[in-house]
Design a binder for this molecule. Structure first.
Ligand code: ATP
Ligand code: MG
Length: 439
């Protein structure tokens, strides 16, 4: 993409409404624009990151054996009346009435909708288990939307639902999602720690929140320092095998959110130097809640002996849009964002310091075409202007690589390659620089 054509409305000044780094940087880097409180438009650069994150989430859900579908954002109130949540949910639920005076709502989550589908279509225990997910916009009329897209009113969530025949099978589904979540966040370069959590308005009795440590996080958490040390990506995960040992390695270490924190257990569990008290951002939440919805909504199957068995359920959310902010909180410096490779909106920014110079212009165009034809997402700074402004802009939007073309090097076909993360600059031939970016 040529910057002379790209829609990237960056801001020089810090917007006064932004209290935390990710909000400030997303506005300054031209990723989002507020529409109304807690509701945002995603501009081209932001949309690219949202898509990259969704793709990682999707791929790990699929590997775990979940099947993608798409449910509507607007739901009929009837099914929420059946589950009892139409009254229980409170003012966070956006209630809507259509022209025929029917009560509708903008979904804050989809347990009722999926239960309604499964109860009508699944009749026998032989059709279980089922793991189904979608990636869809949600609306919650939060009392205090803040920190940009971190606590929005409209936000993008991946929500998966499991239906099983008995507790053992439901626990296997839960473990699959547990491992899928560890892998998903690791692929984004994040260490997300699973913490025992309260199950909240969704109800139930087994639940973990996945938390990324950050001083600006809204959750108070307590954990054993060894939680930080595992790398799940180093283990081959075979979802057909027993995941319990892998899951219990984490869950045996003390890690809990504020609501589930037990100080005496915490004190018994670890030498003092291993105990951390910190703040974090909740990026995912998994629940097992048994028959709470299936019972209320009549979702049952016939068992092996022909008798009725109420399905066991779980639900599993990931805050896809919140992750954009969380990743920035974990990866930035004073100059701007530092994208991890896997979620970067473009892999490389080609900075032409003097496009009006004939040699620079030819070399810049050549580098840009070579990268593009090799399938590398490339942003090309092809506009005239001061070098300092171009560098500041590139550092702000935080692409992993900057390939810099100036009049001195261009004459001999040489360019400079800078890593945004380490700041290291190397002078290389055009071919070698391209090879290194592709590698
Ligand atoms: P929180 O405790 O932050 O309010 P929650 O427990 O209500 O979140 P869940 O119902 O577990 O949220 O939703 C699943 C995921 O969706 C959360 O882990 C979080 O990452 C994301 N999420 C929830 N509410 C918001 C919001 N208002 N804005 C952005 N993301 C959100
Ligand atoms: Mg939660």
């Amino acid at each position: 993409m040529r910057l002379s054509e790209y829609f990237l409305p960056t801001l020089k000044e810090n917007p006064s409404e932004a209290q935390i780094a990710s909000h400030r940087l997303m506005l300054r880097a031209g990723m989002i624009r507020q529409s109304s409180a807690g509701i945002y438009s995603w501009l081209p650069l932001g949309e690219r990151v949202l898509k990259k994150i969704s793709e990682i989430v999707r791929s790990e859900q699929n590997i775990a054996g979940a099947q993608e579908m798409l449910m509507p954002t607007i739901q009929p109130a009837d099914i929420w009346k059946e589950s009892g949540r139409y009254d229980a949910y409170g003012p966070e639920l956006l209630r809507i009435r259509d022209r025929h005076n029917r009560d509708m709502l903008y979904g804050p989550t989809n347990e009722e909708q999926i239960t309604e589908i499964i109860r009508s279509c699944v009749k026998s225990y032989r059709d279980l288990p089922k793991l189904l997910y979608h990636i869809q916009w949600k609306f919650r009329d939060e009392v205090r939307p803040r920190f940009g897209i971190m606590r929005g009113r409209e936000f993008l969530m991946k929500d998966c639902y499991s239906f099983d025949f008995n507790y053992g099978a439901a626990r296997r589904s839960y473990n699959k999602m547990f491992v899928a979540y560890l892998r998903t966040f690791a692929r984004m370069g994040l260490t997300a720690i699973p913490m025992r959590a309260k199950s909240g308005p969704i109800g139930g009795d087994m639940s973990h929140e996945f938390i990324i440590m950050a001083d600006t996080g809204e959750s108070q958490v307590f954990c054993h320092a060894d939680c930080f040390d595992y790398n799940v990506l180093e283990e081959l995960v075979d979802y057909q095998s027993d995941l319990e040992p892998l899951v219990s390695r984490w869950t045996d270490l003390y890690a809990a959110t504020d609501e589930q924190h037990d100080s005496s257990e915490f004190e018994r569990s670890v030498p003092p130097d291993k105990r951390c008290e910190a703040r974090g951002i909740e990026v995912g939440h998994i629940f097992y809640f048994g028959t709470k919805y299936s019972e209320a909504m009549g979702a049952f199957v016939s068992g092996p002996d022909g008798g009725r068995v109420t399905m066991e359920m779980g639900s599993y959310g990931i805050g896809v849009s919140r992750l954009v902010g969380a990743i920035i909180e974990a990866n930035h410096d004073d100059d701007g964002i530092i994208w991890p490779d896997s979620v970067a909106p473009f892999r490389v920014g080609v900075v032409n310091l003097k496009p009006e110079d004939q040699k620079c212009n030819v070399l810049g165009g050549e580098v840009y075409e070579k990268l593009r034809t090799n399938g590398i997402d490339t942003l090309y700074e092809d506009r005239e202007g001061r070098a300092g402004v171009k560098f500041a802009n590139m550092d702000l939007i935080g692409l992993p690589w900057q390939l810099i073309i100036g009049p001195r090097g261009a004459a001999g076909g040489r360019v400079e390659l800078k890593s945004r993360k380490t700041g290291q600059r190397d002078e290389l031939s055009m071919e070698d620089a391209i090879k290194r970016v592709i590698a």
